[in-house]
Ligand binder design. Structure first.
Ligand code: NAP
Length: 292
């Protein structure tokens, strides 16, 4: 008979972070229950209760979200329904059953005007609608669920789902020139490292509730990140792209505003939960070759 450390129900079970959780080596120590959108709709309290009754989780990870940052400017109702109302429904259900909730949030709740990295003490001031709905979701989780951890992450990349790395791998094979924004700084973060942080926290007794940042180091621009991706590709394959031009945010208008500085300071999680802060370049080195 298997003895697990805990049963962890994961909402948004088909998303990139949920898949990274399920594929992580530490996952074997747990009974992970990834629930797809179809199996568990976080905006529907009955759907949540049914899943809780069936799976009896010890911990819930909310990886479900509306994540289309630009589309959220148009699809406001849908984004708010999932990121705010859905987060609230889940928080209420977790609190009712005394189940700790690890809720994922984003660096896009900040306005980007600070010149240093953002800590958990800094004031939120979202400058796009996605960020606003994620901030409202955080506030709902704080208000409704006593045993919560809000984990803010940044610029996810990895093997699963759609993400910036996958887009760049494709474009570098198809085009000779790329134009990449060089004045937005954040911490590209490997989904496997976020999975590692979450599962490491779950191996400990969750002891300190509240808000935490978790991101890879060091901070960099999309331009720097892209150069590092292409350099790593070069080691293993032919790359079509010959030139990467650095452009500004103004040169590349998008429906949603982006904070220029979206860098997260992750020292608090490192101190409270002994989570190691790792370099995104190490992740690129280990994952790009198998993805080519
Ligand atoms: N991606 C990033 O760069 C980034 C950056 C910072 C923070 N975050 C945060 O990190 C977390 C995970 O993001 P991710 O990139 O893994 O997201 P993702 O790949 O877009 O996955 C989100 C999942 O949520 C599901 N979902 C949507 N509405 C739902 C609902 N009402 N009930 C249940 N499931 C629902 C989606 O399923 P369907 O597709 O079937 O609707 C999808 O599988 C999110 O909280 C996000 O805000 C992401």
């Amino acid at each position: 008979m298997n003895t697990y450390l805990a049963s962890i129900l994961i909402t948004g079970g088909q998303g990139q972070l949920a898949k990274a959780l399920c594929h992580h080596p530490l996952a074997k120590q747990f009974r992970l229950i990834p629930c797809s959108h179809q199996q568990l709709d976080i905006t529907n309290s009955r759907s949540i209760q049914t899943a809780f009754r069936e799976y009896q989780p010890d911990i819930v990870v909310n990886a479900a979200a509306y994540t289309a940052v630009d589309r959220a400017e148009e699809e406001r109702e849908q984004a708010a329904c999932i990121n705010h109302h859905g987060a609230r429904q889940l928080a209420l259900a977790c609190n009712d059953k005394h189940i700790p909730l690890i809720h994922l949030s984003t660096n896009y709740i900040f306005d980007g005007r600070k010149t240093a990295a953002y800590t958990e003490e800094d004031a939120a001031n979202p400058i796009n609608y996605y960020g606003e709905t994620k901030w409202l979701g955080e506030e709902a989780v704080r208000a409704e669920c006593e045993q919560h951890i809000i984990l803010r992450v940044a610029s996810l990349f990895g093997e699963f789902g759609n993400n910036y790395l996958k887009t760049m791998l494709q474009l570098s094979r198809d085009r000779t020139e790329l134009r990449i924004v060089a004045d937005q700084i954040s911490n590209p973060t490997y989904t496997g490292d976020i999975a590692s942080a979450i599962l490491n926290m779950a191996t400990q007794t969750l002891h300190t509730w509240g808000t935490y940042h978790f991101a890879n180091v060091p901070p960099c621009s999309w331009y720097d990140f892209t150069l590092a991706i292409i350099e790593e590709m070069h080691r293993h394959t032919h790359v079509k792209v010959e030139k990467v031009a650095a452009i500004t945010t103004e040169d590349y208008p998008r429906p949603a505003n982006r904070p220029l500085n979206a860098v997260l300071d992750s020292n608090k999680i490192s101190a409270d939960y002994q989570i190691e802060l790792t370099d995104w370049q190490l992740a690129l080195q280990s994952i790009i070759k198998p993805m080519l």
